[in-house]
Design a protein around this ligand. Structure first.
Ligand code: AHG
Ligand code: MN
Ligand code: MN
Length: 340
């Protein structure tokens, strides 16, 4: 019964201790993200009926075609945050540079910056398949009261104070962490309220799902190719099941609930992988680790990488601890063999 479940708003108030040193700012960021999520969710659910499907004819800084919904979601999240003057700066996948939130004089006194992928899984919009939003929050390094600087955004993922994702699937969910575990809230669209539906999410230590765009197989390194063959071998609980949606949020969400591994490797086509460190890999890695999983670039922890630019890409191997460690073993083994 929903009446017995906690709402996201109640949960945030009850767990204020998680936000110590934030004097209400972090709660207000969550309130804004929650509000914008409802607006985007409403639009996504009507996507087939209104003029929101398809491209806008522009490319973003990364040379990718922008979809109407990419642009719409970007505007909704940015405007919601700017109008409430609760962050001092924003980075978005859809904007070349960081945004300095100016507003009135008080604006730059805000403590936090927010980085986001406003619409993840754009290629799925037109075909009625789950998409998502990813966000990450850091305390600024530069002095309050001054304009934000690039350095405020180029912090390693270990310094995140909060991260979350919204999944627009069969239902809309908001899942987040502030470094005290992971909780998931499901939207009741009739009344516009998120309820705590998935408390204390735990990533299974092992699993039987592997998620990778296997169409790129010929472009993968020998280690990754060997691991994929290992997943398909008949032994113990293998062959594993292959599941790949093509929306990072949805692929990770499923694997976190069921147990599995997600791979977006380097390849001869994409030498640094495809996924972006700051607003895709870091927030997802923070959530994954907080749920007891692991996120790696093939040999090191994603969260410890020192970013060098806003839109940089990294290879991403994430999911159940035992499975990610196995991928790392295969990569290390193949690297050793090529060196011999
Ligand atoms: P975005 O839509 O934000 O650009 O992200 C797309 C990403 C990610 O969501 C997904 O996992 C991956 O691209 C899929 O890539 P492939 O189509 O190359 O498999
Ligand atoms: Mn994305
Ligand atoms: Mn996107």
């Amino acid at each position: 019964m929903e009446a017995q479940k906690k709402t996201l708003g109640e949960f945030i108030i009850e767990n204020q201790y998680e936000f110590k040193n934030s004097s209400g700012e972090l709660s207000r960021i969550f309130n804004s993200m929650k509000l914008a999520a409802k607006v985007v969710s409403y639009k996504v659910k009507k996507a087939g009926l209104i003029d929101i499907i398809g491209g806008v004819g522009d490319k973003n800084i990364q040379g990718e075609d922008q979809q109407k919904l990419d642009v719409y979601a970007n505007e909704v999240f940015i405007e919601t945050l700017i109008n409430r003057e609760i962050v001092c700066g924003i980075v978005s996948e859809e904007n070349d540079d960081f945004i300095t939130v100016q507003g009135n004089d008080k604006a730059n006194n805000n403590k936090y910056v927010l980085l986001m992928d406003p619409l993840d899984g754009s290629s799925n919009i037109d075909v009625n398949v789950s998409v998502g939003t990813i966000f990450s929050v850091y305390a600024r390094i530069s002095k309050r009261g001054t304009p934000v600087t690039l350095e405020d955004f180029l912090q390693p993922g270990t310094r995140q104070v909060a991260a979350g994702y919204i999944i627009y699937g069969t239902s809309t969910m908001l899942v987040y962490t502030t470094g005290h575990g992971v909780n998931g809230f499901t939207l009741n669209p009739a009344i516009g309220t998120f309820y705590l539906s998935h408390p204390k999410i735990k990533f299974p230590v092992d699993g039987s799902i592997y998620s990778v765009n296997e169409g790129n197989y010929v472009h993968f390194s020998q280690g990754v190719k060997n691991y994929i063959k290992y997943c398909q071998m008949q032994e113990g609980n293998r062959p594993y099941t292959s599941r790949y949606i093509g929306s990072l949020v949805s692929d990770i969400h499923r694997n976190m609930l069921k147990g599995g591994v997600y791979l977006y490797p380097t390849s001869t086509k994409t030498t640094n992988g495809k996924l972006r460190l700051l607003y895709e890999c870091n927030p997802m890695a923070f959530i994954i680790e907080q749920a007891g999983g692991k996120a790696s670039n093939g040999h090191s922890r994603i969260l410890e990488i020192k970013p060098t630019s806003l839109h940089e890409r990294v290879p991403f191997y994430a999911g159940s601890v035992n499975m990610v460690e196995k991928v790392e073993e295969f990569i290390a083994m193949a690297n050793k063999e090529t060196m011999c």
